[in-house]
Design a protein around this ligand. Structure first.
Ligand code: KG4
Ligand code: ZN
Length: 334
């Protein structure tokens, strides 16, 4: 039978991305135009600048994706797009581009949840086996999501304050490291030792929720105290100590949940899935477990459109369609 092609657009934060996926799981083209350099000097993503860059990059990125794939819009079975969550002005650029293309070429339109995308990034590497659990760790999210079948997402635990990536970025800013801070801390931590015993937020017995704002404050307070006493703390050791706390809580709760729910697979998703410490700790924990651990390659961990195409293809084949009233929804629920 004929191959199915899904085009996806993702503009929820600071990457303008377009991808094409064939038959749900085969990645054809994955173009990501990053704006990180433009936001660096502000120490974080500036929403207005992000929107402006998306407008400048949208058509160029789309043309690049089509050119690289040798396909045209006419070859596409559906146009999928991140409708939320994210920065509203950034999301709007992608949503309007997708609507314009779909309307002009009379193609089906499907809005996709950004986190469903992060989870489905893994399906470009390995077929899902249900039930599965996904540990979603990004700049905006920290969640344990249970999936009993395609397109069904049950949140069994989530952060009560900061997301894991957000904590990384805030601690990095305190250490005067450039944005985004996660990879910088990860790198420093490789050369440091866990000399400071930072708190672990386990919360109530049996809870799969997370909390990282107390840890972030503990790091800031410890640095402040050191400054007052003229005490020198190696940035490498601060990074290693902070990372040890984040990684221990994330990996322990993920493992416990995998055991309790008896899942076939444990999937890690989102930008923080790129973290070397987290990857190593999870591999160690799941080494002799019945649960198969899946962590996407680095280029599929951070924001991209391939993941939106992967989730969008399943939604499309399940019969989901968006109308022309599709709008950016910064607070969209999974
Ligand atoms: O998924 P993502 O690209 O965007 C969101 O949807 O938020 O995640 C970005 C987040 C940032 O907070 C960044 O600092 C963090 O992922 N991150 C990392 C690493 N690489 C990216 N955090 C820790 N270690 C890393 N290696
Ligand atoms: Zn993301």
């Amino acid at each position: 039978s004929k191959d199915q092609y899904i085009l996806a657009i993702e503009t929820s934060c600071d990457e303008t991305a377009v991808a094409i996926v064939r038959n749900e799981t085969e990645l054809v083209t994955n173009i990501v135009a990053s704006q990180i350099e433009s936001h660096k000097r502000f120490g974080g993503v500036v929403p207005e600048i992000a929107s402006r860059h998306h407008i400048e990059q949208m058509t160029i990125t789309l043309e690049e994706a089509l050119q690289e794939s040798g396909l045209t819009i006419d070859d596409m079975d559906a146009i999928t797009v991140t409708e939320g969550p994210g920065l509203v002005g950034a999301l709007l650029v992608g949503v309007n581009a997708a609507k314009s293309i779909a309307f002009a070429k009379q193609k089906p339109l499907v809005g996709v949840h950004h986190i469903a995308g992060h989870i489905y990034a893994n399906r470009l590497e390995k077929e899902f086996e249900f039930p599965l659990l996904a540990l979603v760790v990004s700049g905006g999210h920290t969640e344990l999501v249970l999936m009993r079948e395609h397109g069904s997402f049950e949140i069994i635990g989530e952060t009560r304050d900061d997301a894991a990536g957000e904590a990384y970025d805030k601690v990095a800013r305190t250490l005067k490291l450039p944005y985004p801070g996660g990879p910088q801390i990860d790198q420093l931590a490789q050369d440091g030792e866990e000399t400071i015993d930072f708190p672990r937020a386990w919360l109530e017995d049996g809870s799969y929720d997370f909390s990282f704002s107390g840890l972030k404050s503990a790091v800031i307070n410890r640095l402040h105290k050191a400054k007052q006493k003229d005490e020198f703390l190696k940035p490498e050791d601060i990074a290693a100590s902070f990372q040890a706390s984040v990684v221990e809580v994330l990996s322990t709760k993920a493992f416990r949940a995998a055991e309790e729910y008896g899942v076939k697979q444990m999937i890690v998703a989102g930008g923080v899935a790129a973290n070397k410490g987290l990857r190593a700790a999870l591999h160690e924990k799941f080494k002799s477990s019945e649960t198969e651990l899946l962590i996407p390659p680095l280029h599929l961990c951070t924001d991209n459109a391939a993941m939106i195409a992967a989730a969008g293809a399943v939604a499309y084949n399940q019969g989901h369609r968006s109308g022309w009233e599709l709008n950016a929804n910064p607070g969209l629920d999974l």
